[in-house]
Design a protein. Structure first.
Ligand SMILES: [Zn+2]
Length: 112
């Protein structure tokens, strides 16, 4: 027995039916859209937060920062917008601000 994706009530009629009616279809699709918007919003917020952290470091005229300090500032290494490979290294950017590994615990902060 198939059930409506929206209201979970049993479905009757055509085998390929997924919803009871247009209301259920619209409701389901709107919810799906809201979830997607939420995912994008959360990712954007996370990127913005990372950006502000890098901005603060640059404003403080510091050009290098320890990994510990970045963690302490709640920098999330999973959220970047671009990786630029140089001959010897890779620079990870959050928009136009980036960081590059100097040694195991130190990052160089760069502006594009
Ligand atoms: Zn339904």
């Amino acid at each position: 027995m198939k059930i409506c994706l929206n209201c979970k009530q049993p479905l009757f009629g055509r085998r390929d039916k997924k919803f009871c009616n247009d209301f259920c279809r619209n409701n389901y699709n709107n919810q799906l859209n809201r979830d997607r918007v939420e995912v994008v919003r959360n990712t954007n917020n996370r990127l913005r937060k990372n950006y502000r952290i890098l901005e603060k470091i640059i404003e403080a005229k510091k050009r290098s920062v320890s990994k510990t300090e970045l963690h302490f500032l709640d920098f999330d290494f999973n959220f970047i917008t671009e990786v630029v490979e140089t001959k010897t290294d890779s620079i990870r950017y959050v928009y136009d601000l980036g960081y590059q590994v100097l040694d195991t615990d130190t990052y160089l902060i760069l502006e594009k």
